[in-house]
Design a protein around this ligand. Structure first.
Ligand code: NAD
Length: 307
């Protein structure tokens, strides 16, 4: 199996290095794969002028799975839209036809205090949000801004074909948003359209209080996937060895489960993360007094030691 590794920008290279270390440790156990690095986002713009260059397109098209860190940074915010790092993200999803986005929102009991909700409401939260990723209002036509009665009017179209609805369905979103904060543990799996999923999955991830902990997967119809933490490139803490690598490490577990069908290897990683939290290791974002504060590499090494 072939894994394309796109570390990206900001904290991307630091957190991906820890995830790769975990993968390498599993390789010595007999798991067979090749890792091939590539450029996406701001680093790709710096090197080639484009956020998703042709060479990366070829690399990910030939790979079985993609591990992505994060892209973006303030130095790219003034570039024309087509050159922004985030464009690279949209383009790679489209190029690989990744239509199903899986976002678990899990609150580990040890981190129950990190949530803005009362621990008794959220402790043990374990939701999987399945979001349609390539249709809906983001791509619907007609769209535009036009003059009507002397003022500008903007319009977009929320549109799904029958085939798209067959592969994914949705429920009433206003109620779902309310129920998620009222009693989030009533949900095991939520299946949503693109825009509602965007909103509900952010809401669910905030319930856990720790975006540094949450992985995600985006899959095509053959289980080829792109795996990445839900957070961004965190330029404010890049290069300081303080970013939490667990979301990226847990993304590797999702990759092993969904693309490579290696359930036991996936479970090993998840068990190691639970043990590390139980042992009290914490990066700054999830730190509470009395715990053992570690940096990015320290956290990665703690996971390795518990595999
Ligand atoms: P962000 O997720 O990068 O950061 C939000 C806050 O969370 C920051 O304070 C950051 O320090 C913290 N944080 C994020 N990840 C962390 C981690 N692993 N450990 C500890 N703390 C962590 O969101 P933002 O600040 O809105 O965006 C920064 C850049 O990332 C922007 O350029 C944005 O476009 C980009 N972005 C990229 C992706 C992606 O690559 N998928 C997603 C969201 C944002």
């Amino acid at each position: 199996m072939k894994i394309a590794v796109l570390a990206g920008d900001g904290i991307g290279p630091e957190i991906v290095a820890q995830a790769v270390q975990v993968l390498e440790a599993l390789r010595s156990d007999g798991l067979k794969f090749e890792l091939e690095p590539g450029l996406l986002g701001g680093c790709a713009v710096d090197a080639t002028g484009e956020p998703f260059p042709e060479v990366t397109h070829k690399l990910v098209a030939a790979a079985d799975a993609v591990l992505l860190g994060a892209v973006g940074g303030p130095q790219y915010d003034t570039l024309p839209r087509a050159q922004r790092p985030e464009r690279g993200l949209l383009d790679i999803r489209k190029a690989l036809n990744l239509f199903a986005n899986l976002r678990p929102a899990v609150l580990y009991p040890e981190l129950a205090n990190a949530s803005t909700l009362k621990p008794e409401v959220v402790a043990g939260l374990d939701i999987l949000i399945v979001r349609e990723l390539t249709g809906d209002i983001y791509f619907g036509e007609p769209r535009g801004i036009e003059q009507r009665d002397g003022q500008r009017v903007g319009f977009n179209t929320m549109i799904y074909s029958e085939a798209e609805i067959r592969r994914i369905t949705h429920m009433l979103v206003d109620n779902a948003a309310m129920q998620l904060v009222r009693n989030p543990r009533q949900f095991d799996v939520m299946v949503t359209g693109n825009m509602f999923g965007d909103i509900l999955s952010d809401e669910a991830s905030m319930l856990t209080g720790s975006i540094g902990m949450l992985p995600s997967a985006s899959l095509d119809d053959k289980n080829k996937g792109l795996y990445e933490p839900i957070h961004g490139s965190a330029p404010d803490i890049a290069g300081k060895d303080v970013a939490n690598p667990l979301a990226t490490i847990l993304s590797v577990a999702m990759m092993l489960r969904y693309t490579f069908n290696q359930e036991s290897a996936a479970a090993r990683i998840e068990k190691a993360v639970k043990k590390v939290l139980a042992q009290g290791y914490r990066t700054g974002d999830i730190y509470e007094s009395g715990m053992k504060k570690v940096g990015t590499a320290g956290m990665g090494n703690a996971v390795l030691a518990n595999l």
